[in-house]
Design a protein around this ligand. Sequence first.
Ligand code: Z5A
Length: 224
Amino acid sequence: MRGFFVTFEGGEGSGKTTQLKTLLGHLRSAGRDVVETRDPGGTAIGNQIRGLLLDGENARMDSLTELLLYEASRAQLVQEIVQPVLAAGRILLCDRFTDSTVAYQGYGRGVDLDLIGRLNASAARGIRPDLTFFLDLDPVVGLERVKRRLAPSRAPRDRLEGEALAFHERVRQGFRALAATEPERVIALDAVQSLAELAAEIRRRVDARLGPAEAAPGTRRRSE
Ligand code: Z5A
């Protein structure tokens, strides 16, 4: 039985991680069998690649090098986590996935979108999320939220956060284009809403797709 694959997408500080954790808590308290992961990362090899990608010292990284590293991390994640979790009929929540590559490397950096499409499909072994929440936020607000999390004297946290605002605006356009092209899968949410409002909307949509806890994929029976 195939499980259920949910991804969270958006710009920096849009609230993806917060909402993923909130949904995770909700699904677990309903007795569902849920796994969480992140992209890039999620595996030992992927976390080493993530370190390379986000290291502010690697400012000179070539766009194609960057793309291939994201895809390499993803290939490992899919082989080690995504495929087995979904094959076991479990629910998987992932912080970013292939849409981020379209938005950041495609719209942000200007890498060829056809090439990205082919590499995304290969790395993901053709697996696509069942549902994607795109937290849509003005990058000025998102970057401000991230800055507030840091000590005032600290430089930008990583390589991509240090990019010019125009880059983050192109990334946002990329996510918006994806939501417009695939409205059934990609749910765009206005991320200026409160944490509670967003969480309620996400919960409502996921519960509607999964159906009653006892009958849905990823449900752990009480006797198990
Ligand atoms: N990347 C890429 O380029 N290509 C790819 O293919 C992939 C990724 C897969 C790492 O991602 C980087 O990888 C990322 C894109 C690139 N670029 N950068 N930098 P990441 O997901 O690990 O890092 P991130 O996007 O920078 O995550 P983040 O800064 O942690 O943002 P977030 O997860 O969206 O937000 P958050 O941690 O949940 O919340 C941020 C703060 O805002 C926090 O203090 C919250 O309490 C606050 N917050 C959250 N929601 C709200 C609301 N609704 N109101 C007010 N305050 C809020």
